[in-house]
Design a protein. Structure first.
Length: 174
């Protein structure tokens, strides 16, 4: 499996956001599928994150204008979900599940290994911007514990050896 790296738009380009015609068309398509604009908020945000790599204040304001909501309401939704990034993310975001099944199956050992290999703990990013570690709640794949999500991909039954190999492969993609 080849995990796609995240390409984050620089903050200075996302201060004021106007959706181009391609984004407008995709938003319009999403709106057709929901009974109200508010109901389409999560997929519209997800679309924005796919396009820009993260959700800046400018993106929040653009989404709020487009859906007829207040920026505060949109921000409240964005801040509730760990899947939305409020800062430009690393190329590879390591989301390590720290809920019970994964904890019992070695999540902390994996966190320790990441610390040894990359020098980062939870909430931290490597200086070169390639890796970032986030602790997340249950990823809904408890049968594969311990689970590590990297960008869009799940890696289940992770051992320290498999983690070493994965990190090396991802680093080579640079
Ligand atoms: S507890 Fe880790 S995936 Fe559910």
């Amino acid at each position: 499996m080849k995990t796609q790296a995240i390409s984050a738009t620089p903050p200075e380009q996302l201060q004021q956001v106007t959706f181009d015609s391609a984004m407008e068309a995709r938003i319009e398509e999403l709106l057709q599928r929901y009974p109200t604009k508010r109901a389409a908020l999560l997929p519209v945000l997800w679309l924005c994150q796919e396009r820009y790599g993260w959700i800046s204040q400018g993106v929040i304001e653009a989404v709020a204008r487009r859906l007829g909501e207040s920026p505060a309401f949109v921000e409240g939704v964005v801040s509730f979900y760990t899947m939305f990034f409020r800062q430009p993310p690393a190329k590879y975001v390591l989301q390590l599940c720290v809920t019970l099944s994964c904890e019992l199956c070695g999540a902390q050992r994996l966190a320790q290994r990441i610390k040894e290999k990359l020098g980062i703990g939870f909430g931290e990013k490597t200086a070169d911007g390639v890796f970032q570690l986030v602790g997340v709640e249950c990823l809904g794949a408890c049968g594969g514990a311990p689970v590590l999500q990297v960008n869009q991909d799940y890696y289940e039954h992770m051992s320290e050896e498999a983690l070493d190999q994965l990190l090396e492969e991802l680093a080579k993609e640079q």
